[in-house]
Design a protein around this ligand. Structure first.
Ligand SMILES: [Mg+2]
Length: 181
């Protein structure tokens, strides 16, 4: 058993497409809903490890609720997420502030908690700019070649960059220690 001293303080917000799920493998039905998809190499192990270490993990993703339901059921990963914030339900996509506010609200977080929240994503315009403008720490996972990763404005510059999911484990640990000080 962990005592309170050892419990992670860092809160993890994460994107889905090309951050956990490999978008290039998505199979969609006639309504455009993703029915199945593969995960990025190392993503399942990393997500489960972070969950096992006690981190609160919140999905903050653009797309349809049923798509996420399908792929995370397929991979039996739903238990890893404490909350889901999905653009279809919120009514706006990242970088909209309301997406991050929704995740904050669902996890009973306040402005004081922002310094211990990280947002992981692959899109500098949505995930990184959204996190930076909201005032939380941004982590770019640049595994996917799908989008241009070159920031076009200061708010698109990530605080940290990792190249594959496994690299998140040491970075998250480091940031967790840092946010206790
Ligand atoms: Mg994405």
């Amino acid at each position: 058993m962990m005592n309170n001293e050892q419990k992670p303080k860092l809160i993890i917000f994460t994107d889905s497409g090309d951050t956990i799920i490999d978008e290039s493998t998505e199979i969609r039905n006639e309504d455009g809903i993703v029915v199945s998809a593969k995960t990025i190499p190392g993503a399942i192990e990393t997500l489960k490890a972070l969950y096992d270490q006690g981190y609160t993990i919140a999905l903050v993703a653009d797309g349809e609720a049923q798509s996420f339901e399908n792929v995370y059921s397929q991979h039996e990963l739903k238990y890893c997420f404490k909350t889901w914030t999905i653009s279809e339900i919120v009514g706006k996509q990242k970088p909209a502030r309301i997406m991050f506010e929704d995740a904050m609200q669902k996890n009973n977080l306040t402005d004081d908690d922002k310094k211990r929240i990280v947002m992981i994503g692959n899109n500098v315009k949505k995930d990184i700019a959204g996190a930076n403008m909201f005032g939380i720490t941004s982590i770019l996972l640049d595994w996917s070649p799908r989008y241009n990763m070159i920031p076009e404005s200061p708010e698109q510059v990530p605080d940290y960059i990792v190249h594959k999911p496994e690299e998140l484990l040491s970075l998250i640990k480091e940031l967790d220690i840092k946010c206790r000080k």
